[in-house]
Design a protein around this ligand. Structure first.
Ligand code: SAM
Length: 324
């Protein structure tokens, strides 16, 4: 297990496998993906070397993210490679779900056991307004397919947006009435590109917590090593509602994750000042010890907290480059 200078231990690697995204979410890539550097993303061998090294340092959970990770043609192959690495106990992914109806079973069979599907609106017109894509029915079919494919854990991610989707709260609650899945509201985070949007549409997570409590939802006791969401349950609902509140006090105290970008940069914090390139250490299995020494040493530079409260989002222009 590796520890940073603040005594936090790291079990969770979020690995971006591509910057490319086919959606145009208004808070992230409103004008769509723009190629700023050649699309030379980590290949399967580099990914294997990376995850093998990290697994021996105690990171046992890997999330494949992006961009949209499933735009990669070798997505299932990457998932199978990562899930076969000794020490990796859980492979998850975060997807916009555009290919889920078609490939849910393939991805489950490739070893992905947990899937987060982003759905920012349950109204088709509003979904298109927020994501730029007329895909809600298709994504909902994907959720059904994921349930049928037997994932251990299915979650819906919904970015909370003032005046764009917060009025849909009851519709979101209905969605989990009979489904044993967790829908998590993520408080909008400010990034380098979205300051004006953030000003207009940021809604504090506490507003939703108050609305949930008023409707009889109760906080669920937090498990040790649980993710960043505070979960709520209700006796009349099969599913749960989670709240991810990055602006909440002490949010970073329980940080247990490291990030690697699609080009092999270690990012110690989603909102840090930049990356530390590891790619040159991923070229052969023999470089594992050097990779591990480098990561262990860099980890000591991890900041105790992000500075989002001061509107400082570091080098993060949008989340598509490193996976949210
Ligand atoms: N393309 C995939 C998807 O749509 O889920 C994975 C990558 S996306 C960057 C991961 C998650 O980050 C999505 O749920 C997305 O809605 C969320 N996200 C992106 N930008 C955000 C922001 N500025 N604040 C909060 N969440 C954001």
């Amino acid at each position: 297990m590796i520890l940073d200078a603040n005594g936090r231990s790291f079990q969770y690697l979020r690995l971006s496998i591509t910057d490319v995204c086919n959606y145009r979410c208004s808070y992230c890539l409103p004008n769509g993906y723009v190629e700023e550097a050649p699309r030379r993303f980590l290949d399967i061998d580099e990914i294997r070397h990376l995850v093998t090294g990290f697994a021996e340092l105690g990171l046992w959970k890997v999330r494949l993210t992006g961009g949209e990770p499933t735009v990669r043609k070798d997505f299932a192959q990457i998932a199978a490679t990562v899930s076969a690495i000794p020490g990796i106990g859980k492979v998850a992914t975060t997807t916009n779900g555009y290919q889920l109806a078609k490939h849910a079973q393939l991805w489950r069979d490739a070893g992905i056991s947990a899937i987060n599907i982003s759905i920012d609106s349950l109204d088709p017109v509003n979904f298109q307004r927020i994501t730029g894509m007329d895909h809600l029915p298709r994504v909902l079919k994907g959720v059904d397919a994921a349930e049928a494919a037997g994932f251990d854990d299915i979650k819906i991610n919904t970015v909370l947006l003032k005046d764009l989707n917060h009025h849909e709260l009851d519709r979101f609650l209905d969605f989990v009435k009979d489904r044993q899945i967790s829908l998590r509201f993520i408080e909008l985070m400010e990034t380098g590109d979205n300051a004006a949007y953030f000003e207009k549409h940021h809604l504090c997570a506490s507003t939703i917590i108050k609305a949930l409590v008023a409707r009889g939802w109760q906080p669920v006791a937090r498990m040790i090593a649980a993710g960043p969401a505070q979960e709520f349950s209700h006796p009349a609902y099969a599913g749960k509602i989670g709240i991810i509140a990055p602006y909440a006090k002490d949010f970073c105290q329980t940080c247990n994750r490291l990030r690697v970008t699609a080009r092999g940069d270690l990012r110690l914090c989603l909102f840090g000042d930049g990356g530390h390139n590891l790619r040159h250490l991923l070229q052969s299995a023999d470089q594992k010890n050097e990779l591990q020494r480098t990561v262990t040493s860099l980890l000591q530079q991890k900041a105790s907290t992000h500075l989002l409260h001061f509107h400082q989002s570091g080098a993060t222009k949008n989340l598509s480059a490193l996976g949210g």
